[in-house]
Write a protein that binds this ligand. Structure first.
Ligand code: PLP
Length: 293
């Protein structure tokens, strides 16, 4: 594929759960005007989204992504996504993407202020080239997220477990990481437990045991982490969800940031202290993540 495009879902169909509404979308060129000036996703970030990795025209882990879209929509009091409709739109986008890596984004927004319905659309575009970072790894710094581990339960309106369109804080954290001479960040709770990266989940290895922070509403449950866990468990490794104190980070035998498009990036240093890198396992994880899932 050379260009970018979007599939705008018919607003009448967004709130309906009818399967005969599944193909009610219109394709537009990414450069063409498509959103209204009153659109709340652009004015307030009031909506939810998903980014799906596509390899050689195959969209990866579509069902877990749609499950998380539905979960995020529920947390934001948005209508339940019509899953048939999103499946169909993803298929329609994926068949137009040629060989190589691409990204399909699903966006479900509150819609136009005082408007009759949510706005929903799917975009498709070539992915950035992450081959070098998959090989070289990333240096990370820890950053305080400013909430304790109990915040998600105590204050659900913070939407900490939803993948909302409001990513300004996540992008600011990445800029801060770069200012500190790193490539990426790991958020810590204010009570010093490990959370997630601004756009990725964290997996740590201690011997033959792999551990990731429990997604108890305070962080996203990563579809890539779930997929990696299935793969590791099939190979006989122990996989676990846990509360991980920040003091455990430098003790890890290896660590990765994992996400749908960049895939697995080994962490080479945390706050300036080097971490062991398992080059062979990182390559094997990325081979697996690039295979049809
Ligand atoms: N955590 C956050 C905050 C993210 O933004 C992402 C992905 O964008 C992830 C975790 C990883 O999720 P996934 O593996 O589904 O891409």
């Amino acid at each position: 594929m050379t260009g970018r495009f979007a599939l705008m879902i018919d607003p009448v169909a967004v709130e309906e759960q009818r399967s005969d509404y599944a193909d009610t979308f219109t394709q537009v060129d990414a450069a063409a005007p498509a959103l209204s000036v009153g659109e709340l996703s652009t004015q307030r970030g009031d909506g939810v989204f998903e980014s799906i990795g596509v390899v050689d025209g195959h969209a990866q882990e579509v069902v877990p992504h749609l499950e998380r879209l539905a979960h995020s929509a529920r947390l934001c009091d948005l209508p339940a996504p019509n899953l048939d409709q999103w499946h169909q739109a993803i298929r329609a986008a994926a068949v137009q993407l040629g060989s190589g890596e691409s990204v399909i984004k699903l966006i479900l927004s509150r819609g136009v202020e005082h408007g009759p319905a949510p706005t929903a659309w799917v975009t498709a575009a070539p992915a950035a080239d992450f081959a070098a970072v998959r090989e070289r790894g990333v240096r990370v710094v820890t950053l305080d997220r400013g909430y304790d581990l109990g915040a998600a339960e105590r204050a659900p309106w913070l939407l900490l477990g939803a993948k909302t369109l409001s990513y300004a804080v996540n992008m600011a954290a990445l800029r801060e990481a770069r200012r500190r001479g790193a490539d990426d960040a790991i958020f810590l709770s204010s009570d010093r437990f490990v959370l997630e990266a601004p756009t990725a989940s964290l997996i740590l290895r201690f011997g033959d045991r792999f551990v990731t922070p429990a997604p108890n509403g305070g962080i996203l449950h990563g579809t890539t982490q779930l997929s990696v866990y299935e793969h590791l468990a099939a190979q006989g490794f122990e996989t676990a969800y846990d509360r991980i104190p920040a003091t455990d980070l430098p003790r890890a035998d290896a660590a990765w940031l994992v996400s749908s498009v960049r895939l697995a990036a080994a962490i080479t240093a945390i706050d300036g202290t080097s971490l062991p890198v398992d080059t062979a396992l990182t390559a094997a994880l990325n081979r697996y993540l690039l295979s049809p899932r």
